[in-house]
Design a protein around this ligand. Structure first.
Ligand code: PMP
Length: 428
């Protein structure tokens, strides 16, 4: 660093507005200059284990040479072309490949850029699907309390009402929320307050609600809800933006459940965390409802960077790595280590009490004792700082601390993450 030049942090503080950040009170960001495997390196040469996969996107480690090479090769061939009226090899190959991987009868891939838009697209498809079929009364939507589906207006509307949506409450469209514990009742699911004939779709995060606090719930509960929806002509939209691509131990969380969704939303791990890209996949009956001589039945949705070839090439490369048996073994080993650590947390007493230690596949979470128990809990920033002192990047959701690392993390790197957590728990 040249002492004459303003530092990256000084320059950042003049021009950048960071996401989910209260600039008046939040600590300065980490000035990251490079990544390698699970590590991120800052300007001062400190290195941190990225134990949360950079907002759950990174599967195979940072600056992966194979992903970099495939993106570079694609950049020399075709960097971008509009996707209305044009097509290209990476988009078609990726669609073919994702359709082979998906459970159930998916047959069409619609591309967009991020998790929020993948949900936005799915909800719009579901509403217009019924409309195109002449069922204009079916325009109500079901979602789960504590859900998080993104930050655009549609995806906020289908998310649980929270501090994230507070400022926009009056502008969000109405959604009927199902309270998760209701799903755990042993009887089959009922919907007492609304007529199922008026419901277009259900949106849900299968088995783990991510930003809502890494809330895990049982496949049997979800199964009951999906069976109810399917029996009543309600389209089921699985938001696998976080859970997709191995996070829950299977390639998709929906594979843990007998009933399959009609639409599925993917992003984050799709490109191994390297470039923005999202998919909304649907069954042929949904696609076919948009085929018409009446142009009003067209799906009028698209983005400038729909199916960006660089991102598609990155996704194909990431799938090469994911489908290598070594990656499956790494996911299994990571899942087993998490389970053992959950046992350790349950069987120990710490000066800082913990509760609800849980894991599913590569996701581990627990609650730190706190009086506030909400996203704005100050426990969050304190814990982040403590973990950084031990060389680990964590970012709790309120008092929910979770670990969700890239699959390439080694046993000793994982030890370092657990050790950082144990040290945090030693401080009352
Ligand atoms: N759905 C789920 C389940 C998510 O976890 C997220 C992001 N945390 C989103 C949607 C929104 O994705 P993005 O931030 O890429 O818009």
């Amino acid at each position: 660093m040249n002492p004459q030049q303003p530092s990256l942090l000084q320059r950042d503080s003049q021009v950048i507005w960071h996401p989910f950040t209260q600039h008046k009170t939040t600590a300065l960001p980490l000035p990251i200059v490079r990544g390698e495997g699970v590590y991120l390196f800052d300007e001062r040469g400190n290195r941190y284990i990225d134990a949360i996969s950079s907002w759950w996107t990174n599967l195979h480690g940072h600056a992966h040479p194979y992903l970099a090479r495939k993106i570079h090769e694609q950049a020399l061939q075709l960097e971008h072309v509009l996707f209305a009226g044009c097509t290209h090899e990476p988009a078609v190959s990726l669609a073919e490949r994702v359709l082979r991987l998906l459970p159930g009868g998916f047959s069409r891939i619609f591309y967009s850029d991020n998790g929020s838009t993948s949900v936005e697209v799915a909800v719009k498809m579901a509403i217009q699907y019924h409309r195109n079929c002449g069922r204009t009364r079916r325009n109500r939507i079901l979602a789960l309390t504590h859900a998080y589906h993104g930050d655009t207006f549609g995806s906020m509307s289908v998310s649980g009402r929270s501090v994230f949506t507070e400022a926009f409450r009056d502008l969000l469209f109405e959604v009927h929320f199902i309270h998760l514990p209701e799903l755990h009742e042993p009887d089959s699911f009922r919907l007492p307050e609304i007529d199922p004939e008026e419901v277009a779709c259900l949106v849900y995060e299968p088995l783990v609600q991510g930003a809502g606090g890494m809330r895990m719930y049982q496949p049997a509960a979800l199964s009951r809800l999906l069976a109810f929806c399917q029996a009543n002509g309600i389209l089921c939209i699985a938001d696998e933006v976080m859970t997709g691509f191995g996070r829950t131990g299977k390639i998709f969380a929906s594979e843990h459940v007998a009933e399959q969704p009609d639409l599925i939303c993917l992003s984050k791990g799709l490109t191994g965390g390297s470039l923005p890209l999202a998919i909304t996949a649907c069954h042929s009956r949904v696609f076919e409802a948009f085929l018409s001589d009446d142009l009003h039945q067209t799906f009028f949705h698209g983005h400038s960077f729909t199916a960006n070839p660089l991102a598609c090439a990155a996704a194909l490369a990431s799938l090469d790595l994911l489908e290598d048996p070594a990656c499956g073994q790494a996911i299994a080993a990571l899942s087993a280590r998490h389970q053992a650590f959950v046992q350790q947390l349950e069987n120990s007493d710490f000066p800082r009490p913990v509760s609800h230690a849980r894991s599913l596949g590569t996701i581990l979470a627990f609650e730190l004792h706190s009086d506030q128990k909400e996203y704005l809990d100050k426990v969050r920033e304190e814990t982040m700082e403590q973990a950084l002192d031990w060389g680990v990047l964590l970012r709790p959701l309120g008092n929910t601390l979770y670990v969700l690392p890239p699959y390439c993390i080694t046993g000793s790197q994982l030890d370092q993450v657990y050790e950082a957590i144990l040290r945090i728990l030693q401080r009352p």
